[in-house]
Design a binder for this molecule. Structure first.
Ligand code: SF4
Length: 810
């Protein structure tokens, strides 16, 4: 795609705010917002949108006679970048509809029909809490705490009311089966752990402010403008950096996303799951053209070539040898299996000359800012996708320097607000979250080497069994039990079976598709009925915020705050003191406020914040360059890898490759390697029957599955499967036609959107729609009706972007 004019870009930005220049120094924003236009009888309270989009935008909630009348965004008298509004997106602005939704849970309920039938009966709080305590205690007595699975999710992303609070309750009760590998990052965490030393380095990328020092920004599968749309989000930071600085932007994605649309200089369409092949072809070009930073590789890395391979490992197992398919030291002549641009072109769908040109541009850039999106990690070979992507800045020696990034996500500007302490979980056994259903069916026989079980006793082969099944699920703020897990119908069948999981508790605001499978449901208050202090959340962009929430309405119906619910359960299970420490909710909130003030010296007193709502600071810790400390002094700042260096070749993975029991086709490798996968582009078994690849993405109309039940958002953001005109023509389809998207796992029904904004042979559907089955067809259009439960090789994570399907008129 051709470079677009700056004017066109400005037009595409639409309502973007005035830009004062991102080079301005960070400024404390102790700005008191203007007096809001409160009409007679109205009150205004600050609150926040606490879903898991990565931001926690402030909202102003107007109410009259105890009823919310309207929601407005935050605004200030001045709105210049670095001192700008943190405006809520369309989702946050629809919060009133969420509070008053017909699906709102009103009373405690118990199941009266078969599990999953959705038949419930209203009961008293006493009966509900007594039942919860009795059932959990009974299961603990019979099977142990390790048989309780903590399914707490991110439907509420607070600091006091949070995952931590539910973990605290369960830990006070004696613990629960531990879990690792969240659905956003499971494969990324492992890629980062084995390359950079800890799972979190992959989330500690450079702040977007570093783009001001960059001449080339490369996004691979990164799309903040549709996910993180807040006024302080990454999408807004990127727009402002782009507008102010003269860097080139290249976006690689199968879809022409809203992050691109006129802001990019080049869009390169790529087949889903083939990114590692592209990265290897770039490596080939740099190695054969002498563009790699040999001095950097020698000093900071393990395994690029013979100079840094671990002792006892042959040159033929080095990265350079692998890319060139040549095991002779010093020889650059490529073998038959060299990872050439021509080879990668056939896999990725990117023309050979485009790959060569991309390699040239990246190598010529003075400071390339390379950012890998999380979509790369949610593939069948997600771990190697990410590791292969990390190789780009590593090979060029472009990390730890101004204007560069290590490929990781940015934690942005961050004002610290503590969470309630979780306490220690006495249970040490741990499974990958994505394998929870396997643990319901036959957890006893899950093992370390086959299923990635952790925290169990090991035998002489380094193996061990989990030795327990999941017998109770505590499903708090979560829709992951069914809707957000893969292969919905299969999940339903397992969960329905009461001889397997014997008790399911849901605590939530809304009757979600997962909640319908509960035995007891307890109604929690919504954020707009709560007081809380929150910060900007985990992916905020460069502006840190603290928001003091309060409420002008009483808890609706019989809903109760999670702290109350936890306390009542703890009381019945004999651990009230351990959970509450004798403190009321208000005492906890005041204590946490004081801790936040200590961490943010500019944070005003609570009384001031209750009126002011938001405290902001642009780049509270200054502009951050990923891995700068390591670059500056690799001895003093050794990484947490065994070698203390960046591990291109991982001896730990070499060991796992030899010892782990993998399914046919799965690969764990010491080097990052492109791997053809099941249901991938090269899968000849499914290709004939299901010729289209289907990937999923975050839509503007939901955050995961939150907000799906808001009719306004369903009207504004069309749920439709994207299809290229050439594929549509072959199937005689046009935009708006109702189609069936299907594979061996199921069929979903949705409209089709015919658009050249997606590459040929690839389709895409926004994730998070709520399943609604009629005659075996999911008319709710949930992509998880057709995704697979097969875990990825290393992290045992979710491969929900790897799918092959066919699409026909419904
Ligand atoms: S969904 Fe995210 S960006 Fe939108 S208002 Fe809520 S927190 Fe902000």
């Amino acid at each position: 795609m051709e470079r677009r004019s700056f004017l066109k870009m400005s037009a595409a930005m639409g309502c973007a705010a005035t830009v004062a220049g991102c080079n301005s120094s960070s400024s404390d924003v102790d700005v008191v917002p203007p007096t809001p236009p409160v009409t007679e009888g109205e009150t205004m309270n600050w609150s926040s949108c606490l879903v898991n989009c990565g931001s926690n935008c402030p909202v102003r909630v107007y109410s009259k006679d105890g009823v919310i009348t309207r929601i407005e965004s935050q605004f200030t008298t001045e709105d210049t970048y670095g001192n700008h509004d943190v405006r809520a997106c369309l989702r946050g602005r629809s919060l009133r509809k969420r509070v008053y939704a017909p699906e709102r849970l009103k009373y405690p309920m118990k199941r009266v029909g078969p599990r999953g039938s959705g038949q419930f009966e209203r009961i008293s709080w006493d009966e509900a809490l007594n039942t919860v305590a009795e059932r959990l205690q009974g299961i603990i007595d019979q099977y142990g705490n390790e048989s309780i699975f903590d399914m707490t999710g991110t439907g509420t992303f607070g600091h006091f009311k949070s995952l931590a609070m539910v973990h605290r309750l369960l830990n006070a009760m004696g613990g629960s089966l531990k879990r690792y590998g969240v659905y956003s990052y499971a494969q990324l965490f492992e890629a980062s752990r084995y390359t950079y030393g800890t799972p979190f380095v992959g989330l500690q990328g450079s702040t977007y402010s570093e783009m001001q020092h960059s001449d080339l920004v490369l996004f691979v599968g990164h799309n903040p403008s549709e996910l993180r749309m807040s006024g302080s989000g990454q999408g807004y930071d990127f727009l402002n950096q782009k507008q102010t600085n003269n860097f080139k932007t290249i976006i690689i994605d199968p879809r022409y996303t809203d992050t691109a649309v006129g802001k990019e200089d080049q869009w390169i369409a790529i087949r889903p799951g083939t990114d590692a092949a592209l990265f290897e072809a770039l490596a080939y070009e740099w190695i054969t053209q002498g563009k790699v930073d040999q001095a950097f590789l020698n000093k900071y890395c393990v395994g690029y070539d013979e100079k840094t391979l671990p002792e006892g490992v042959d040159y033929g197992e080095s990265y350079k040898s692998y890319i060139l398919d040549n095991a002779t030291i010093g020889e650059l002549t490529p073998g038959d299996n060299a990872k050439t641009p021509a080879w990668a072109a056939g896999i990725t769908g990117i023309p050979e000359h485009t790959i060569i040109e991309l390699a040239r541009e990246l190598a010529a850039a003075k400071a390339p800012f390379i950012k890998l999106g999380l979509t790369l990690n949610r593939h069948a070979a997600g771990e190697n996708n990410m590791r292969a992507g990390y190789m780009l800045p590593i090979l060029l020696g472009q990390l730890g320097l101004p204007g560069t990034n290590n490929g990781g996500d940015s934690s942005g500007g961050h004002c610290v607000v503590p969470r309630i302490a979780e306490l220690e979980n006495p249970v040490k056994k741990e499974i990958s979250f994505f394998t929870y259903l396997q643990a319901v069916e036959d957890g006893k026989n899950m093992t370390v080497l086959a299923d990635g079980v952790r925290g169990v006793e090991l035998d002489e082969n380094g193996d061990g069994k989990l030795g327990t099944d999941i017998k109770a699920i505590v499903n708090w703020f979560s829709n992951s039990m069914i809707n957000q897990h893969s292969d919905v119908r299969k999940s339903e069948e397992v969960i329905k079976d009461e001889s397997l999981c014997e008790f399911i508790l849901t605590v939530d605001n809304i009757m979600t598709p997962s909640a319908k499978f509960s035995d007891i449901i307890l109604p929690d208050t919504t954020w707009l009925e709560d007081e809380e202090l929150v910060n900007q959340n985990h992916v905020p962009g460069d502006t840190g915020t603290v928001i003091q929430m309060s409420s002008g309405i009483e808890p609706l119906f019989e809903s109760r705050h999670s702290y109350d619910i936890c306390t009542e359960i703890a009381k019945r299970m004999g651990c009230e003191q351990a959970f509450t420490e004798g403190k009321t909710m208000q005492q906890w909130l005041n204590e946490m406020y004081a801790m936040s003030q200590a961490a943010n010296p500019g944070l005003p007193d609570k009384e001031v914040m209750l009126k002011q709502g938001i405290y902001r600071k642009y780049l509270p810790h200054g502009s951050q360059i990923a891995m700068k400390g390591f670059r500056d002094d690799p001895e003093a700042n050794r990484l947490y890898t065994p070698s203390g260096k960046i591990e291109i070749y991982s001896s730990r993975l070499a060991h796992k490759a030899k010892t782990w029991e993998l399914r046919e086709g799965d690969v764990i490798s010491a080097l990052p390697k492109y791997t053809p996968t099941w249901d991938g582009y090269e899968d000849s078994e499914t290709r004939e029957k299901y010729p289209l690849q289907l990937t999923c993405y975050h839509t503007k109309g939901r955050v995961h599955s939150s907000y799906h039940n808001i009719p306004w958002l369903r009207e504004v953001v069309q749920d439709a499967v994207w299809m290229n005109p050439i594929d549509a023509q072959a199937r005689n389809l046009k935009t708006g036609d109702l189609v069936h998207v299907f594979n061996d796992r199921g069929t979903l029904e949705v409209e089709v959107k015919v658009t050249p904004r997606i590459m040929i042979g690839v389709t895409a559907l926004g994730q998070g729609a709520w399943s609604k089955f009629e005659d075996g067809i999911d008319k709710g259009g949930n992509v998880n009706t057709i995704t697979s439960q097969r875990p990825t090789p290393l992290s045992k994570g979710n491969p929900q972007h790897t799918n092959r399907v066919e699409i026909r008129r419904a």
